[in-house]
Design a binder for this molecule. Structure first.
Ligand code: SAJ
Length: 450
């Protein structure tokens, strides 16, 4: 079906009076905030999760994820009875599937959770129901659910409505972005798209953009692929900068003054469950056409090893060096260390035989069998070098004479996130090495003509 019209609503109709019963299947980082959002906007919401401990925690009004702002809303919707977590679905007007779509080891998409979620709602489907897939999915996944849904005896597009509405919110800002971001809705039919658009108007204040389901799937994948390719370009520029002897950060800052250029930032790699995964869904769908996308993935995946090589060069003169690793989360100011490039760097350094002391005040997990210290002084004490891998706000604010750094043995700082002011640290006696900076990049004195 071709639906090229982009219908958007100038009047943000808030259809609180719809008062629907909505079952949200999958109560993770996206499903839970979405469910409580609907529950706090006039709908009756059933939250479904296969994990009993998640259901029990939520039923008490407690939360199992860290995401600003969600806990108080959850508490109030549990208390008011508009949100009910449970293990199995039940009859409802709308079913929203919000389950993970991970990659297999060979990077092929693993749609097992989506299939199971779709199967789980089949016994409860009734004429007039709307089914929405929110999980980020390879092109064709939504319409691929039709045979499963039709096991209910109902015809999709005739008896029930089907749409894809990819989430596109940023962890750490989910509640804000659910409301403010524009939302793409892909319908199997025009009517399906319209029904889903009406529903999301309950809380979305951004524009609602309608299209067909497969285009919506691709639009979401293209957003994250755009970012991945752009970060790969920045990482490649940083290697080139080291070779030609310039500061890549300075060059990027200058290039971005061009009104149509926006280069992203180099770093130790790309983490999270989205940007490093989604491009592979496109590669899997069209391998021969995806050479650039595949290459970008390879460049970004190689970055932790590249950073480990830099460390090796820098500490090579020190016997049995101990390296303090600053920042393990996959991005600044979050606690999430899954798929984190910092963890990959730690594994590389550990394989190379270095003694490591890890710091991250946002997470208390173990990494590669090593404790993660919450106090910086614990990690730095006795270290021969420090490396910043995640640009948590606290590292930006760190000063070389900070009490927590007094236990460092050799004053060596490696900054992979353009986090510190190098002159400040050099003045304090530190040897500062920055990713993407080849020395020397500026002649500060005139040539000696004697
Ligand atoms: N990174 C860089 N350099 C940069 C920007 C990011 O190295 O210039 C790294 C980060 O350190 C991190 C990784 O990329 O390791 C990804 O972080 P991110 O903040 O760019 O994105 P995510 O994965 O937290 O969330 C993305 C978002 N997508 C886009 O910005 C296009 C979000 O809106 C999506 O909802 C989310 O993926 C998703 O669920 O798909």
């Amino acid at each position: 079906m071709q639906m090229s019209t982009e219908l958007d609503f100038d009047d943000h109709r808030h259809v609180r009076d719809l008062d629907l019963k909505i079952a949200v299947v999958g109560l993770g980082y996206i499903g839970l905030p979405t469910a409580v959002m609907f529950a706090s906007h006039g709908h009756e919401v059933i939250g479904v999760d296969v994990l009993p401990e998640v259901v029990e925690t939520l039923a008490r009004g407690d939360i199992h994820i860290e995401e600003p702002g969600v806990a108080p809303v959850l508490k109030s919707v549990v208390e008011s009875g508009s949100f009910r977590p449970q293990l199995l679905p039940e009859k409802a007007d709308v079913f929203i599937l919000s389950v993970p779509t991970p990659s297999n080891d060979d990077h092929s998409p693993n749609l097992g959770f989506v299939t199971k979620a779709a199967e789980s709602i089949v016994p409860y489907l009734e004429p007039g129901n709307l089914v929405i897939l929110e999980s980020t999915s390879p092109p064709g996944t939504t319409i691929g659910l039709i045979p499963t849904l039709e096991r209910s005896g109902l015809k999709v597009g005739v008896d029930i409505y089907l749409a894809h509405s990819p989430e596109r919110v940023l962890p750490g800002r989910i509640l804000i972005e659910l409301v403010e971001n524009d939302r793409v809705i892909g319908g199997y039919t025009l009517e399906s798209a319209q029904k889903a658009a009406d529903l999301y108007h309950s809380f979305v204040q951004g524009r609602i953009l309608q299209t067909d389901a497969t285009t919506a799937e691709m639009a979401k994948l293209m957003e994250n692929t755009f970012r991945d390719v752009n970060i790969a370009l920045a990482n490649e520029f940083s290697r080139i900068a080291e070779r030609v002897g310039i500061d890549v950060n300075e060059a990027i800052r200058l290039a971005n003054h061009h009104p149509r250029v926006n280069i992203l930032n180099p770093g130790p790699g790309v983490g999270g469950h989205c940007i490093a995964v989604d491009p592979w869904f496109i590669v899997d769908s069209a391998p021969e056409e995806s050479t650039l996308i595949r290459t970008a993935r390879v460049v970004n995946d190689a970055q932790p090893g590249y950073v480990a090589d830099i460390v090796t060069r820098i500490v090579s003169g020190i016997e049995n060096p101990t390296v303090a690793v600053l920042g393990l989360a996959y991005k600044p100011d979050v606690d999430d260390i899954r798929e984190s490039p910092s963890v990959e760097v730690v594994k590389h350094l550990s394989r190379l035989g270095y003694r490591l002391r890890l710091h991250d005040s946002h997470t208390r997990s173990e990494v590669a069998g090593m404790p993660v210290y919450g106090e910086l002084s614990q990690a730095v004490s006795g270290a021969d070098a420090m490396i910043i891998l995640t640009d948590h706000r606290e590292y930006h604010r760190l000063e070389p004479d900070d009490e927590s750094l007094s236990g460092i043995v050799h004053r060596i700082l490696i900054d992979t996130r353009n986090c510190v002011n190098p002159n400040l640290w050099r003045d304090a006696g530190y040897a500062v090495h920055r990713l993407g900076v080849g020395a020397p990049f500026m002649v500060t004195e005139g040539p000696d003509l004697d």
